[in-house]
Write a protein that binds this ligand. Structure first.
Ligand SMILES: [Zn+2]
Length: 492
């Protein structure tokens, strides 16, 4: 009998092993649905040198986001006048509106009003160059220098490259007398770096008011990575969602007084317990509910064999895969909400009991969690701690909806990416920062975040950092990609 059971078990195991092996061998990255025929982005005869000079001129406008003491509205109006002068054919063909004070909305009307428009985003504003980092730059950040086959300066990647490349592509087509069949909208916000509350939010609200529901939105947010952390090779990451942002303010009150005869808990000890409990409260993590599993599947041919076995057999090895990814901070951020205590404040002297102590805990919300649920869990976690209260420090932002990876628009972006960067497999990703795109969920069927450039870790350091620059080759990729996008997506 025992022998029979053992034999049956062995047979079952062999069958499972057979399935695992078969699935690993036969598992292929799911191809995007019906890859569309695209206009060949390599076919356009471009003057890349002239385009690079235009980007370098655009960088010279110090369009620092207007907040408190920083930013000068005149820099924006001068930049906008420059756009009109530099791109006359496009400006003759499209309608230009100013929204929210300094943001721009262009409508390049299509001949077929029945097709939902294409909505292309970029932002005019840049982050400042703080005085204490200015000396570390090897060039003047606002000179728009071209050297070593790159365009240098604040905004070279984030995000004047997108804005200028979109205008280059539109001007190229407009100058040839091309007109879209599908309307193309261009929305250039002026306050993305400080949340987009006046620009993108106002444009999106206006579009919704007009009854516009775009085919899809394309904004910055992700790009092709030269070295993807999971595969070590190139991968084009198309952001299909972005995480939410919320900060909890944890406050503990205590009996103020002298510290020589303290009560069992002081404001500081209560706060410490509260922070520890919230920091360690259970957070659901997993491959489902966001782009994680779809990303792993898309990259599976490039993954190391053991990971590939697990991805191909996620039905069986999902938990194993998940526990492997738990060692990796980037993977953890991809699979769930993150919790980061970031500030703590309380007390004035070592021998005085403070009346209150305060801590801030920053959450980046995964699409599966809402701010409301997280707050409820945090309150549960501190239940029973006397004098402790938790509330959002400012209104929380939930994660964006997750856009489709099986839509015709995703397939179009993927096909164009493969045409520009043939060595980079295309995979969906989750944006952990914030972009203007988050404001457009209501104004489009799908919202994608992708810049068609191949970036190294070195390039990424320049974003909001020092020596920001974009290679001329990458700038050319952007223009060709947008040309292919406008022609294939809106001119057929
Ligand atoms: Zn940006």
């Amino acid at each position: 009998m025992v022998r029979l059971i053992v034999a049956a078990l062995a047979a079952a195991l062999a069958a499972v092993a057979g399935i695992v092996g078969y699935r690993t061998v036969t598992f292929a990255a799911p191809p995007p649905p019906a890859a569309p025929a695209i206009a060949d982005p390599a076919a356009y005869s471009l003057d890349v040198g002239a385009a690079a000079l235009n980007l370098s001129e655009a960088i010279r406008f110090r369009t620092i986001s207007i907040a408190d003491s920083a930013g000068d509205p005149a820099q924006f109006t001068q930049f906008q006048a420059w756009m009109q002068a530099r791109y006359p054919a496009f400006h003759a063909a499209a309608k230009r509106e100013i929204v929210g004070g300094l943001s721009l909305l262009y409508t390049w009307e299509g001949s077929d009003q029945g097709q939902p428009p294409l909505l292309l985003l970029a932002h005019q504003d840049v982050v400042p160059v703080p005085d204490d980092t200015r000396g570390a730059w090897s060039v003047d950040p606002f000179a728009g220098l071209i050297k070593s086959d790159a365009i240098w300066g604040r905004g070279a990647i984030d995000d004047k490259a997108s804005l200028v490349a979109l205008l280059e592509a539109a001007e190229f087509l407009a100058a040839q007398g091309r007109r879209p069949t599908r309307t193309i909208l261009f929305a250039f916000g002026h306050d993305e770096e400080i949340g987009g509350g006046e620009g993108a939010q106002a444009i999106a609200a206006e579009l919704v008011r007009r009854g516009v529901r775009a085919w899809f939105v394309l904004d910055e947010g992700m790009a092709a990575l030269a070295e993807h952390p999971l595969t070590g090779g190139p991968a084009s990451m198309i952001g299909i969602a972005e995480k939410g942002f919320a900060t909890l303010r944890v406050r503990a009150v205590g009996q103020p007084g002298h510290s020589s005869m303290p009560p069992p808990q002081t404001a500081v000890s209560s706060l410490a317990q509260a922070v520890t409990r919230i920091h360690s409260m259970p957070i659901e993590r997993g491959l489902e509910g966001g782009p994680a599993l779809a990303m792993m599947r898309a990259l599976s041919p490039q993954l190391p064999l053991t990971t590939r076995v697990a991805v191909s057999n996620e039905w069986l090895l999902g938990p194993l895969l998940q526990s492997r990814m738990a060692d990796n901070r980037a993977a953890l951020a991809l699979m769930g909400t993150t919790v980061a205590p970031t500030m703590i404040d309380g007390g004035v002297r070592p021998n005085v009991l403070p009346g209150e102590a305060i801590a801030m805990i920053n959450f980046r919300l995964h699409p599966r969690d809402t701010a409301e649920q997280v707050l409820a869990r945090a309150r549960e976690a501190v239940a029973g701690l006397e004098g402790v209260t938790v509330e959002w420090d400012e209104p929380p932002l939930d994660a964006s909806p997750v856009s489709s990876t099986t839509s015709s628009s995703y397939a179009l972006l993927a096909a164009l990416s493969r045409a520009i960067l043939p060595d980079a497999p295309v995979a969906p990703g989750l944006v952990v920062g914030g972009t203007d795109a988050r404001h457009y969920s209501e104004a489009a069927e799908n919202v994608y975040r992708f810049a068609p450039i191949l970036v190294t870790d070195e390039d990424l350091k320049g974003l909001h950092g020092i020596d920001e620059r974009l290679s001329t080759a990458n700038f050319e990729r952007m223009i060709r990609f947008y040309l292919g996008l406008m022609e294939t997506g809106a001119m057929q």
